[in-house]
Ligand binder design. Sequence first.
Ligand code: BGC
Length: 749
Amino acid sequence: MGAAALGASMLTNPSQSRARVAAHQERIEALIARMTIVEKAGQLNLLGDPFRFRPQNVNPLDGQGDPARITGLIREGKVGNLFNGIGAEAGRRIQRIAVEETRLGIPLLFAADIIHGLKTVFPVPLAEAAAFDPDLAYRTARAAALEGAASGVHQTYAPMVDVARDQRWGRVVEGAGEDVWLNEVLAAARTRGFQGERGLADRDALLATPKHFAAYSAAMGGMDYNSTDMSDVTLRGVYLPPFQAAFEAGALSVMSGFNDLNGVPASGNRYLLTEILRGELGFEGFVVSDYTSEQELIAHGFAEDGRDAARIALMAGIDMSMVSGLFLDHIPDLVEKGDVPISRVDGAVRRVLTTKAALGLFDDPYRGCDPERERLVVGSQGHRDLAREAGVKSIVLLKNEGGLLPLKSSGQKIALIGPFADDVDNIFGPWTIWGDESRRISLEAGFRAAMADPTLLTVAKGSEVEAAMNGGVEAAVAAARDADVIVLALGESARMSGEAQSRTEIDVPAPQRALAEAVAGLGKPVVVLLRNGRALELSGAVKDADAILVTWFLGGEMGHAVADVVFGQASPSGRLPVSFPHRSGQQPYSYDHKTTGRPADNRLASQEYVARYRDTTNTALYPFGHGLTYGDVRYGAVTPPDATLAWDGEVELSVQVTNGGTRAVEETVQLYIRDRVASLTQPGRRLRDVRKVALAAGETATVRFILRRSQLEFVGPDGRPTVEPGLFDIWLSPSAQAGEPATLRLGKP
Ligand code: BGC
């Protein structure tokens, strides 16, 4: 693609006239013509912000170097981009150095990891995925963008769109879970939310950066940073679609992965970063490496030294180098010696400058850096209310025997037990750098605020997260002895999921399980509130509790959101975006696995010589899509039972859902398909659509879906989407493991 075409489409947005676009293109070309090779390398150099650095929960090298040294580098045009610093006032000061004290006055690009909120912390992305609600994901991303942009940030390193099928991998928490379709829908919604509707130059827009391109989540053994190895069909059918969805939604930057993919590290992978990304997906923005990932080509055994690593990464398609400084150090020499053509460097610089122009930085380098607005927008009441709403919608009710939930907010003695009962350190979850620590509502605080008589609540910790507490269990049992109902707050700490936090056993840590056994021994009704950043293996008293709510890490309003559901202000409506297995050893696991030539009938424990484990079934304990409400929702049969779809036609399929309960609910009806016979074997089920329906007590509704040929497509042997006539099974069901299918025949072209 030529420079003019690239610039034109990147710069086109509702707030920019053709004349301005042309003016920017001219300006960018004029700048490139005037830039020295060092200044060019500087525009491709991204360093941690040392001026506004907050040393918490972030990478070790962030805020690299001392401010005086970086100031010097900026003045010499050797740094064009900084990340993970926020603050409007300081942002103006730093930007002024670039604009007023450098030879060419090119503004800096400020990026940050704004993953699930800035000061207002929303549920972790995996939790929010449980809402199955793109509008909600749009709104929380929009709010995060408002806070980020008002704090002088231009770009966020989000959304993470890595499809995650191995719950041992700690970064499951950062994405939308195991399903491709849900990842696609939420990748688009989050990208639109960050970037807004008024164009990137809008003061409230954050440039979205889907990551980590690509297949990073398929790390072998679930161990973060580990190698990945997969067929092209799997790469294209599972791991690329959410990126494509983000690009189609307008994302103009993308981050490469740390992983080795089929023997070629992603950050040095020309097939991935150029042939597929540019050639096939038509991506026009810039590619930023992940934290030192181009330097890591050396440790991968793919580059000899820093110079070699910079050359390989550049030639593969990396445009901007994060943290390592290798592009700055080596580009001048690589170009001089003819190892990298200047056209490649100019192409990368053009993309970076065009993005800066698209963000409006050449018109107003201080865009968004407005301390007054920062005070108004950041942490506003409206955003806190949204965090609570998102929290409520993210909670998943796994079981509710005897209708134990909701609890009564008066007249019931409640013992709230466990390491998360009054905890505030583990409610934000991973990847919050700037969350408002004065706004962390614990479960205890949420319960007390919701209870008519808070003196009926007793609280005991009982155990640390991963270690027993001296006398803890005894104290907890004593605290629970008089209660009418016991609520156990158990699970993972924030540090147990996230980057580099892989686990071999995805269970509730043993000391907490021991606490649960002891307290459950009192024989009282037990509710478990799980705190988690991944699917967990449940066992013993935790698994056998009367009621279980998955409450993830819900952000600043966590206590209120959980209390809203526990005491019935809201009926739970979340659905699992990841399957909870019976045993850790089933990982990697996703509902959309294939059937094999020897499918196991999970009803017959004695079966031999079928695809199964001898010590557990192949199903999930709680499958993808599962989640109960406080109603009693029943599904009728899919209508029609035998449908026909003409090649270019569409067909309506419907199902009656009835709420036989006494409370209003929101039900999430899921459409799954199975291609019975295809030229490449297909999963036993694949999610293709979802409808949410509100049902009053006693109400019946007909939920309709329109199905077209495109929804039956799969990636064929040639790597392209294809669809083949023939028979399909169609489920309209409450989870990936429920319902009876109808038959659909797709006609010939
Ligand atoms: C992570 C990225 C993140 C980057 C910058 C890396 O370690 O993999 O997801 O955006 O750090 O903080």
